[in-house]
Design a protein around this ligand. Structure first.
Ligand code: TPP
Ligand code: MG
Length: 587
């Protein structure tokens, strides 16, 4: 039995260090599946329930491990299903290779069954997008695709017609007509240099040394640079503000941080950015410019890996292009220790007050369970090296504020695409990448329901993930957004609470529904200590608003307008707001 082209592809992936392909078969990729079968001692095929989840798993795996993620789908519908997970990888800048099938070459263009022009479909999402026409293009096109994904930090796509997948490996069926033959490359990649030029480092240091009220804003690009960020913040006397994808850059209880920013952030962070005269952005392309200093207010320095993104959001005096860790280490000797610590001390004092306010909301032992109380209970019980994944929704606010980064905890969500549903597939991809580590998905009932079939995937591969559903029987985030616009909610409640525990139990999970706060802490401990997958479906108070750190007059006015225009359940919402205020005041 001679080798087929698909074996060249899979073997080359293994040469690149790929050990897992997340995917689902179909008649457009039977040849690729045969390649995977023949090479199964080198690369594992992890079978999912939905291709969107396969793309999220590859993306989550890449986010958490820093390695290339790979997903596979069949031609037509399978390829279409990948799309949302791939846009998540594109927008959050993580390397993912997507492989899809195509109809056999002699049928292309005839409108054959399942014929979707996958090369055209992936045009926007992919940094590199190529049809493999003849076996001889492999494995070189794998090398080029992988290098694109790693260098451009995004999606590369190879699509391969059915007949090419099973053609003899290395075959070049057509006569060569030009002088270029024997394409041959090596599976080698060395990252670009991470250090900016010395004169640019000095220019950055000059700006930072001249300021009086510096703030550092750090994002996902600084996740590997914790000690350098802290050393610089210490020297500058600068509060460290974190974007949500950058939550794990520094621990939440560190005296130098004022926590998050944006709608899910803290008041001290918002105030620090309003008052700073120097802004030092590291590894972030933070899009919510409303929270950045006003035009002309601050001198700005940025460290950014991608030259295109350096200086993208605000007029930047010194847009340094480099790796966050290397660049900060090189800057440190050029930055003097600021003697005047008053700006930092002020931010720290506000942070003490903010923590007291939040603690008051987290500790209420009332029913219905407050979502903050649930998140805090998970936070208290989770391991110091736990990985938390989260979905878009009010859950992201509770995770941002009530789950503390400490030790080597990691935190992931869909930052820029802000899509629903990646929490569960991320957890699966990450648990696969980190066997033995505690991986928890903290998800909403809406997002979970979208890809809940993947519980079966986790169980099938004995992945002991823990899933905590914050079940408010509604699309909570949108309900509050509608009200903040001044409109009464519409089309956001599911009417009937979905009951997820029986489905989880049927998949082999330890599963429990929790309605009473008295059962909460023990149920969470039991789930986290369980030697296998576990799920808790927790009923939470749907009337708990994810309030911004600082409520503006305009926001309050619109909120009141929604109440007056017929907001349902306004009495219970008002009671919750009132109770929260009392708790805060008591603190
Ligand atoms: C795929 C997708 N569809 C719709 C949205 C808009 N959206 C953002 S959050 C949200 C509500 C999420 O509901 P749930 O998961 O139950 O979380 P909750 O806000 O209730 O905590 C919606 C509909 C989105 N971000 N992604
Ligand atoms: Mg919900």
């Amino acid at each position: 039995m001679g080798a087929i082209a698909s074996e060249d592809l899979i073997n080359r992936l293994a040469d690149w260090g790929v050990d897992t392909v997340f995917g689902l078969p179909g008649d457009g990729i039977n040849g690729l599946m045969e390649g995977l079968r023949r090479c199964s001692d080198r690369v594992q095929f992890l079978l999912v329930q939905h291709e969107e989840a396969a793309a999220f798993m590859a993306c989550g795996y890449a986010k958490a491990t820093g390695r290339l993620g790979v997903c596979l789908a069949t031609s037509g519908p399978g390829a279409v299903h990948l799309m949302n997970g791939l846009y998540d990888a594109k927008l959050d800048h993580v390397p993912v290779l997507a492989i899809t099938g195509m109809q056999e070459t002699q049928m292309l263009g005839t409108g054959y069954q399942q014929e979707v022009a996958t090369d055209r479909l992936f045009l926007d999402v992919a940094e590199y997008n190529q049809v493999v026409m003849v076996p001889a293009q492999l494995p070189t096109l794998v090398d080029i695709a992988v290098r694109h994904a790693l260098t451009r930090r995004g999606v590369a796509h190879l699509t391969i017609p059915n007949d090419v997948q099973i053609a003899p490996a290395g075959e070049a069926p057509f006569a060569a007509v030009g002088p270029a033959t024997n394409i041959s490359t090596a599976p080698v990649y060395l990252p670009a240099p991470g250090l900016p030029r010395q004169e640019h480092l000095q220019a950055a240091a000059d700006v930072l040394n001249a300021g009086n009220r510096p703030v550092m804003l750090v994002g996902a690009g600084a996740l590997h640079a914790r000690s350098e960020v802290l050393a610089l913040a210490e020297a500058l006397g600068s509060p460290v503000v974190k974007t949500l994808p950058g939550k794990a850059v520094v621990p939440d209880d560190h005296p130098l941080t004022t926590g998050g920013i944006g709608l899910l952030g803290t008041r001290p962070s918002e105030e620090a950015l309003e008052e700073c005269d120097t802004l030092f952005m590291v590894g972030t392309n933070f899009p919510y410019t409303k929270f950045l200093p006003a035009s002309g207010q601050a001198h700005v320095v940025q460290v950014e890996q991608d030259p295109v993104r350096a200086g993208n959001r605000i007029a930047t005096e010194v847009p340094l292009v480099g790796d966050a860790k290397e660049t900060l280490a090189a800057l440190l000797p050029l930055v003097g220790r600021r003697e005047d610590r008053s700006f930092l001390i002020g931010a720290q004092a506000s942070m003490v007050k903010w923590r007291e306010r939040m603690a008051a909301l987290e500790s209420a032992d009332s029913n219905p369970i407050q979502p903050q109380r649930l998140m805090k209970a998970v936070d208290r019980a989770a391991a110091d090296d736990a990985v938390l994944t989260c979905d878009s929704g009010t859950i992201a606010t509770w995770a941002a504020r009530d789950f503390d980064i400490k030790g080597s905890r990691q935190f992931y969500l869909s930052g820029n695409l802000a899509t629903m549903a990646p929490g569960l597939p991320y957890a699966i991809g990450m648990q696969h990448g980190f066997p033995g580590r505690q991986v928890i998905a903290f998800v909403g009932d809406g997002g979970f329901a979208m890809l809940m079939a993947e519980l079966a995937t986790a169980a099938r591969y004995h992945l002991p993930i823990k899933v905590v559903i914050c079940n408010n029987a509604e699309l909570g985030q949108i309900q509050w957004e509608q009200m903040v616009l001044g409109y009464p909610e519409f089309g956001v409640r599911f009417q009937r609470r979905n009951d997820f525990a029986p489905w989880a139990a049927s998949c082999g999970f330890l599963a429990k529904r929790v309605d009473d706060v008295g059962e909460l802490d023990t149920s969470i401990k039991d789930a986290l200590n369980h030697d296998g997958p576990a799920l808790l479906d927790v009923t939470v108070n749907a009337d708990e608003p994810p309030m911004p750190g600082k409520v503006t007059y305009e926001q309050a006015k619109k909120f009141a307008k929604a109440f007056l225009s017929g907001q349902p359940r306004k009495a219970t919402i008002a009671t919750t707001l009132f109770k929260d205020k009392i708790r805060e005041l008591r603190a």
